[in-house]
Design a protein around this ligand. Structure first.
Ligand code: FMN
Length: 374
């Protein structure tokens, strides 16, 4: 309560992107101190076998992860130390690029949302690889690498080559791979979600994995409805399943602006995340889950702030959830609070494992805890 009510309003007086970088740099420095991770574990640690999720050939200590874009590698370990069971490092692109002009990140504080038009500012393969190497193989969390394409490659119609290169460079470091074809901030990137473009991309990606002789799982991160129509989402699903994709991350940010947004920044350019996105992501997850019928898992992302939010997604069929904007506004205790709340509910209801409720659409739980949470 202290952070969202008193600390965040002060931090929000400063430029959001500068504050983000500063916070990561401070964390990166702090994590060099011996004992830092032990202290983090003491303050933010919470584990329960009820929360464990077995999926994608991995064991996730809980169902909550850190969404892509938060860190390309900087301070990644200490971000995980706030209690996330997994995280997506990236989006990584092959060559260094600056991203879109500043300012490109805006707070919508009253709406608990953000609008970003980052456009993958990144230092490219070299630094990302150093970061992945530093993270090592013996981790207490599951590491996903989120891969993208350089602006110039997308413009030239050569995006597939970027994804293939990144798979070759990074495959060994990742526990699973997320192919990001849904950022709204690189012109024409989202066109890779079209039937032919996606088929061509997946053919290349999966052929590369075959060639490397790896069984690493590959997920596709998609845009929400109505940025994509239901028909377009059907096509993404059909092509992905035909090519043996292992799951979906739903969703990226939206270009929609719900009418209820109050903040001054609501008409800034870019993708909306947080509370303003949640309904679009929820609808997308529900649709995917109904169509997929459990064939492959869904990782939900979009406006997860509390355990009630995660429960809502799980009831609709998401096996795991991720957060970005919720973590920004709720602060460092968000993950622990969420896990503790979820675990307590499962215990009270006599449910042995979070995995039991995934896709159950349990009305009782929904009315008592999701509606009750609001
Ligand atoms: C500032 C910012 C940068 C982001 N960068 C990326 C990115 O590089 N790659 C990506 O796949 N998603 C990126 N995202 C999208 C998030 O991963 C997530 O899908 C989205 O914000 C919805 O989740 P949230 O409501 O919990 O924030 C970014 C989001 C924000 C706010």
């Amino acid at each position: 309560m202290l952070y969202p009510k008193f600390v965040y309003p002060i931090l929000s007086l400063f430029d959001p992107e500068k504050m983000h970088i500063l916070a990561l740099k401070r964390l990166a420095r702090a994590q060099e101190h011996p004992g830092f991770f032990r202290l983090q574990e003491k303050v933010f640690g919470f584990e329960s076998p009820r929360l464990e999720v077995k999926l994608l050939g991995q064991v996730f200590k809980s169902p909550l992860g850190l969404a892509a874009g938060f860190s390309k590698g900087l301070a990644f370990e200490s971000l995980m130390g706030f209690g996330f069971a997994f995280g997506e490092q990236g989006t990584i692109v092959p060559s260094p690029q600056e991203g879109n002009p500043l300012p490109r990140l805006h707070r919508l504080y009253r709406d608990r949302s953000l609008i970003n038009w980052m456009g993958f500012p990144d230092e490219g393969v070299g630094p990302a690889k150093e970061a992945s190497e530093r993270l090592g193989k013996n981790r207490g969390y599951v590491l996903a690498l989120n891969l993208g394409a350089n602006k110039a490659s997308v413009e030239l119609g050569r995006a597939s080559e970027d994804y293939v290169r990144l798979i070759v460079e990074f495959c060994e470091y990742a526990d699973f791979i997320v192919i990001n074809v849904s950022s709204p901030n690189t012109a024409r990137l989202r066109e890779l979600q079209g039937r032919e473009a996606l088929a061509e991309l997946l053919f290349q990606v999966l052929a590369t994995l075959d060639r490397l002789g790896t069984t690493k799982k590959v997920l596709i991160k998609i845009a929400p409805y109505p940025d994509l129509s239901w028909d377009q989402i059907d096509k993404v699903m059909d092509v992905s399943l035909a090519y043996g994709v292992d799951g979906f991350v739903a969703t990226n940010t939206t270009l929609q602006r719900p009418l209820w947004l109050k903040s001054r920044n609501r008409n800034q350019r870019g993708g909306l995340s947080g509370r303003g996105l949640k309904l679009y992501s929820l609808k997308t997850v529900r649709y995917l889950s109904e169509r997929l019928q459990g064939k492959v898992p869904i990782i939900a992302v979009g406006g997860i702030f509390t355990w009630g939010d995660l429960l809502e997604y799980a009831l609709l069929g998401a096996s795991l959830g991720e957060s970005y904007t919720g973590f920004v506004y709720q602060g460092p205790f968000m993950v622990k609070d969420l896990k503790r709340g979820l675990d307590k509910m499962l215990e009270m209801e006599g449910i042995a494992s979070f995995q039991e409720i995934v896709g159950s659409k349990d009305r009782y739980l929904y009315e008592k805890y999701v509606l009750g949470d609001k």
